[in-house]
Design a protein around this ligand. Structure first.
Ligand code: AMP
Length: 217
């Protein structure tokens, strides 16, 4: 049976960082709706043009759009043995749609891991975040700076700040999380799938906690 995971948690909790480590350890792909949407914005596809206005004001892209994206993505061969969903679902409707879809194909979610970080950390984490334009590696100007001057340690690519990591948009994204996504904690608690980890502290310690949950499932 595949390893089908959801990483839950507010923006800035470290979902992307942990997802990348899970990819390495368990050999399953990271399915990040944020990454897929950003790629579409970059290449200027019709999806990207539509998504951009929502993303740049910290709002959610409409449910039917992201649900369509995820269904297509999960059909690909690399998801046969599992995947880690990062940034999806983000609303109850998305969670319901995912549930029905996976029910139909008989491959349910194994665990939903909620990465908990208190609000005061999040603004600092998001506004100091930098990403490599070439390989997508994540940095933080204070907590995990690159060794070189503004270049990626892995590939030498240019580091940049996401448009929606500017402080004004960050505040809005956190409000959006509270209003639309945080109800999912209860939703998955009720379905018995929810596990929580403390998301403040050393990346390796947090990763270890996540692996313990996965290996003990
Ligand atoms: P992320 O990289 O996960 O923080 O996502 C960046 C932005 O993409 C979000 O602020 C939303 O505008 C959009 N987005 C990503 N995932 C979803 C989703 N599941 N539902 C709606 N919008 C999404």
């Amino acid at each position: 049976m595949g390893l089908n995971l959801i990483l839950l948690g507010p923006p800035g909790a470290g979902k992307g960082t942990q997802a990348k480590k899970l990819v390495e350890k368990y050999g399953i792909p990271q399915v990040s709706t944020g990454d897929i949407l950003r790629e579409a914005v970059k290449t200027g596809t019709p999806l990207g043009v539509e998504a951009k206005s929502y993303m740049n004001r910290g709002a959610l892209v409409p449910d039917e759009v992201v649900i369509g994206i995820v269904k297509e993505r999960l059909k690909r061969d690399d998801c046969t043995n599992g995947y880690v969903l990062d940034g999806f679902p983000r609303t109850i409707s998305q969670a319901d749609a995912l549930f029905s879809y996976l029910n139909e194909c008989g491959c349910p979610i194994n665990s939903v891991i909620d990465i908990r970080v208190s609000k005061e950390y999040l603004v600092k984490r998001l506004s100091g975040r930098r990403v490599c334009r070439s390989c997508g590696s994540g940095y933080h100007i204070e907590f995990s700076p690159s060794k070189g001057t503004g270049r990626c340690d892995n590939c030498g690519g240019e580091l940049f700040q996401r448009d929606d990591d500017r402080e004004d948009v960050v505040t809005k994204r956190l409000e959006t999380y509270e209003a639309q996504t945080s109800p999912l904690v209860d939703y998955y608690e009720k379905s018995g799938l929810l596990k929580t980890v403390n998301g403040v502290g050393d990346v390796e310690v947090i990763f270890n906690d996540i692996c313990k949950i996965i290996d003990g499932r």
